[in-house]
Design a protein around this ligand. Structure first.
Ligand code: B12
Ligand code: SF4
Length: 487
């Protein structure tokens, strides 16, 4: 009978440009808020904010663990520790949704997909000793047989969800309540269907959004905190232009003074009035998945975006003084050393404020994963490497090693000393700081990843035999620390 439930978001294994900012995904927090309102006692541990300990786990009747693919090994290690200590566990999130059978090797239950409704029904059933066989989205093992119950449709009325109660995060008050970056989701789902993305498989193609009033209410909760900055967690903030206009106008009307960032597609710039309104309403940086400037890659990844559109968006956003964080991906079958080199040049030439050159990653749940699985091209199944910073598959026009070097070179060239000097000389302090941080990060990344880089170099040299790696995740909760070590 679980009365006390601990929600855990495991820490991420790798280093990336956001590592410094401990911003949680909203799932654990939202589920904890709902469950707390139903009368259970809940806590949320975001491991990047507060380390987890076995003593802490033992305070709870049920441990509910969230996963994305790169955090799955750590999620499983935590679940294994709980199993040893006889604490029941349940796992959810995008990775467990697509790899429920695997997750059940470590946990008692999995809830797939959006879990708000399913989790409360599950808790009510086990609290009152009722049968769990009818619980939607639930996966479990019964007499050694794995059972996957049918899924509910995605939530249609998002306003029925409560506002996340940030006070439930242990040690998180400082980070989130008193300013810094506050996550706010205003929509779910995406009408597009890019081959490498798992958002639609998880949250659907239908673009669902919270009402403007709901979002304004959420923003007003944070408006008075000095230094607050909003990160809109939508995958495509401007997918419905009518509602974006309405939301931004209401933000101005309600005197929302916080600056904000959001993820959009390059097509945002088709509507210059909208861009102007975004700026007036406090938009500081837009995160844009440019992905590639190679037309063949853009077509085959089904991005439905052209190179001209990318250039146009950069021009319009720069005219409106909105900073751009450009995300590019290397490793599509149409990519070559030349096209990747041209992409790096493009990012430098257009003077983007910051960039990530990410490595194509076959996340479970994507078309890409199914394709590479069919073609037997997946090299590593250590999910800890699935952070878009490691090559995990056999690329077509590169060796894994050369593709990895291309990414390292991209970051090195973009965040160069010359660029830093230019920023310093023109007193662009913020960009100088980003440059120093990213430059250093690239160096530290290379140092930490020496064993992995050696390994893919070996693959490079050994065409006649297959090499695979097993990376063991050592977790020592008693000492309240953990590490990943390559063996
Ligand atoms: C905000 C965000 C980030 C932030 C913060 C992320 C963080 N702390 O991990 C930043 C910018 C740092 C980031 C970085 C990355 N991200 Co990101 N990110 C997101 C984004 C846009 C929103 C997350 C969110 O809060 N969603 C809203 C909440 C409500 O959803 P949720 O947390 O998934 O929870 C629901 C269900 O999953 C489930 N659930 C969740 N937890 C649990 C637990 C239990 C017990 C149960 C039962 C159910 C359950 O129920 C919840 C409610 O319905 C998602 C896309 C998305 N739409 O979710 C991508 C997403 C999570 N990111 C993704 C990726 C790939 C990355 C990166 C690896 C690459 C990159 N883009 O740079 C990095 C690495 C991050 C890391 N930690 O290692 C992928 C993950 C795919 C996968 N299969 O794992 C996603 C899904 C986007 C995509 N294109 O596919 N990301
Ligand atoms: S990459 Fe962006 S546009 Fe493409 S399906 Fe995913 S969320 Fe939608």
């Amino acid at each position: 009978m679980p009365q006390k439930i601990l929600f855990v978001e495991p820490s991420a294994p790798g280093l990336h440009i956001f590592t410094k900012f401990a911003i949680p995904r909203l799932g654990s927090l939202l589920l904890a808020t709902i469950v707390q309102q139903k009368g259970y006692t809940c806590d949320v541990v975001i491991e990047d904010i507060k380390p987890l300990s076995l003593t802490m786990l033992k305070e709870f009747d049920l441990v509910a663990i969230s996963t994305i693919t790169p955090t799955a090994p750590r999620a499983y290690a935590i679940a294994d520790k709980c199993r040893e200590a006889n604490i029941p566990t349940i796992i959810g999130g995008p990775h467990a949704t697509f790899c429920a059978d695997e997750a059940l090797n470590h946990t008692d239950y999995v809830i797939r997909g959006e879990a708000e409704e399913a989790l409360t029904r599950f808790l009510d059933a086990i609290s009152s000793g009722r049968d769990i066989r009818g619980i939607p989205n639930l996966s479990y093992r019964h007499n050694g047989v794995t059972v996957h119950n049918p899924m509910l449709p995605c939530i249609s009325d998002l306003d029925s969800l409560p506002h996340p109660d940030f006070r439930l995060i242990r040690g998180g008050m400082k980070n989130i309540l008193k300013g810094t970056i506050i996550p706010v989701q205003t929509s779910r789902g995406c009408p597009y269907d890019c081959t490498f993305c798992s958002v639609t498989a998880m949250f659907g193609h239908k673009y669902r959004f919270f009402s403007t009033n709901y979002v304004i209410e959420e923003l007003l909760r944070h408006n008075e905190k000095p230094g607050s900055f909003i990160f809109f967690y939508d995958d495509h903030f401007t997918a419905n232009r009518k509602r974006t206009y309405e939301l931004l106008e209401k933000m101005l009307l309600n005197n929302i003074r916080m600056k904000w960032s959001a993820q959009v597609r390059a097509d945002v710039a088709r509507d210059k009035e909208l861009v102007k309104l975004m700026k007036r309403a406090g938009c500081q940086t837009l995160f844009i998945g440019f992905e590639s400037i190679n037309p063949e890659s853009l077509t085959n990844m089904n991005k439905r975006q052209t190179m001209l559109e990318i250039e146009h968006s950069i021009q319009v956003l720069q005219e409106n003084k909105i900073a751009i964080h450009g995300m590019f991906v290397f490793g599509f079958d149409e990519d070559t050393p030349d096209t990747c080199g041209a992409t790096i040049k493009f990012a430098r030439k257009h003077n983007l404020d910051s960039v990530q050159f990410l490595l194509l990653t076959p996340f479970p749940g994507t078309h890409l994963y199914n394709q590479f699985e069919r073609e037997n091209r997946i090299l590593f199944r250590d999910w800890g490497l699935y952070d878009a910073h490691h090559v995990t598959f056999q690329p077509k026009n590169f060796s894994p090693f050369d593709l990895q070097l291309m990414q390292i070179k991209g970051h090195k060239k973009f965040y160069s000393r010359i660029r830093l000097m230019r920023h310093l000389l023109t007193f662009k302090l913020e960009q100088s700081v980003i440059n120093i941080y990213a430059h250093r990060l690239n160096k530290v990344w290379k140092k930490i990843n020496k064993p992995y880089i050696k390994l893919i170099n070996l693959i490079n040299k050994s065409k006649d035999f297959k090499i695979s790696a097993n990376i063991q995740h050592i977790i020592d909760l008693d000492k309240e620390n953990a590490s990943n070590e390559a063996i």
